[in-house]
Design a protein around this ligand. Structure first.
Ligand SMILES: NC(=O)c1ccc[n+]([C@@H]2O[C@H](COP(=O)([O-])OP(=O)(O)OC[C@H]3O[C@@H](n4cnc5c(N)ncnc54)[C@H](O)[C@@H]3O)[C@@H](O)[C@H]2O)c1
Length: 328
């Protein structure tokens, strides 16, 4: 089969591409990516010489090009997005364009090919986020919970889901949606809390913590996201939604203290910065549906954090130029 991975030069997409290209030599993979500031060909260097892999630079907002690409595609994994909440507070139009309109373009390209009997996509896996549910003080969200996005990023991801649902219902496109909690691990652009703080601490710099750091997040190691997407590809049911995550909950302050401790620093390295205008208090996902597909978490939080720290220590050249280039 011919598989397309949009956003495959980014953090999660590249991990997934490396995993799938090696696991399925019988399938052909195309990584499709615009290479924004967050896309990096170094993330997919490891598979560059594989016979079943190719890279195409392109924009998910380009309908003509995508209609052409999807003519020769069986399965789509759609990960391309603007993904950093802080950037969406200030530059949100770009988020709506890539996340909502870009997803719409992919849907329309798949629909046009189907309507013209040029090609029928067999499976379209749309990668969304737990942030579409909004926050929850106690308990966990099941997949049928109401969507209450609270920031421009999550609003654009929720908008994308609505468009996807429209094409599933009206045009019977074979869509599955995943909603994941916060992901961390090697190759994450040094802008999100774990990657950024590890890099700062390695450089002996302070770490900018939003407000008092009371907000709670749940984390999943990036390798576990790839195995979950693979489980959804193999066993997920068309038209269904699957939460992907763990129960590794930690407040931003506790996480910061953990990283500081592991990197041999003191709490003097915490720099309290103003909080976001609105910051979801807690996210939590019910995982029974993804577990029923036989998927389970392999990497515990402590182990994953150690692996991530080790990777950032060994790959300073990968992230230092990104920090310098973007004045982080
Ligand atoms: N990182 C997380 O914690 C997390 C959690 C849940 C869901 N997600 C979702 O997973 C997906 C991947 O997230 P990530 O953390 O790897 O993001 P990322 O920012 O690291 O990568 C995004 C990739 O998309 C590409 N891209 C951006 N705009 C594009 C466009 N117009 N056309 C083609 N490519 C474009 C970028 O070049 C980059 O390679 C996103 O859809 C995100 O919403 C992420």
């Amino acid at each position: 089969m011919k598989m397309l991975i949009t956003g495959g030069a980014g953090f999660i997409g590249s991990n997934f591409a490396r995993y799938m290209v090696k696991k399925y030599p019988e399938h052909e993979f195309t990584v499709f990516d615009k290479l924004t500031y967050a896309g990096n060909l170094e993330n997919i260097l490891e598979i560059r010489d594989k016979q079943n892999y190719k890279f195409v630079r392109g924009d998910v907002c380009d309908l003509n090009f995508l209609t052409y690409i999807l003519k020769d595609t069986d399965v789509v994994f759609h990960l391309a997005a603007e993904s950093h909440v802080d950037n969406s507070i200030g530059n949100s139009l770009e988020f709506t364009k890539t996340n909502a309109y870009g997803t719409h373009v992919l849907m329309e390209a798949a629909h046009l090919n189907k309507a013209a009997h040029l090609n029928k996509i067999k499976r379209f896996i749309h990668v969304s986020t737990d942030e579409v549910y909004g926050d929850i003080t106690e308990g966990s969200f099941k997949e049928d919970a109401k969507l209450v996005p609270n920031n421009p990023y999550s609003a654009s991801k929720a908008a994308a889901e609505m468009i996807v649902r429209g094409y599933y219902t009206t045009y019977k496109l074979p869509i599955i949606i995943t909603r994941g909690n916060n992901v961390y691990g090697p190759h994450q652009y040094p802008e999100k809390i774990i990657s950024r703080f590890i890099c700062n601490l390695i450089l002996d710099r302070k770490v900018p913590l939003h407000g008092e750091g009371k907000n709670i997040r749940t984390y999943i190691y990036v390798d576990d996201v790839s195995t979950a997407l693979d489980a959804v590809f193999n066993k997920g049911e068309i038209g269904e939604i699957y939460n992907i995550g763990t129960h590794d909950e930690i407040s931003n302050l506790e996480l910061t203290k953990m990283l500081i401790n592991k990197l041999g620093k003191t709490e003097d390295y915490i720099l309290h910065v103003p909080d976001r205008p609105f910051n979801d208090r807690r996210y939590s996902l019910d995982l029974s549906k993804i577990n029923s597909l036989g998927w389970k978490q392999e990497t515990g939080f402590e182990q994953g954090i150690d692996k991530a720290i080790e990777w950032y220590k060994r790959n300073v050249t990968w992230w230092l130029k990104l920090l310098n280039h973007n004045g982080l």
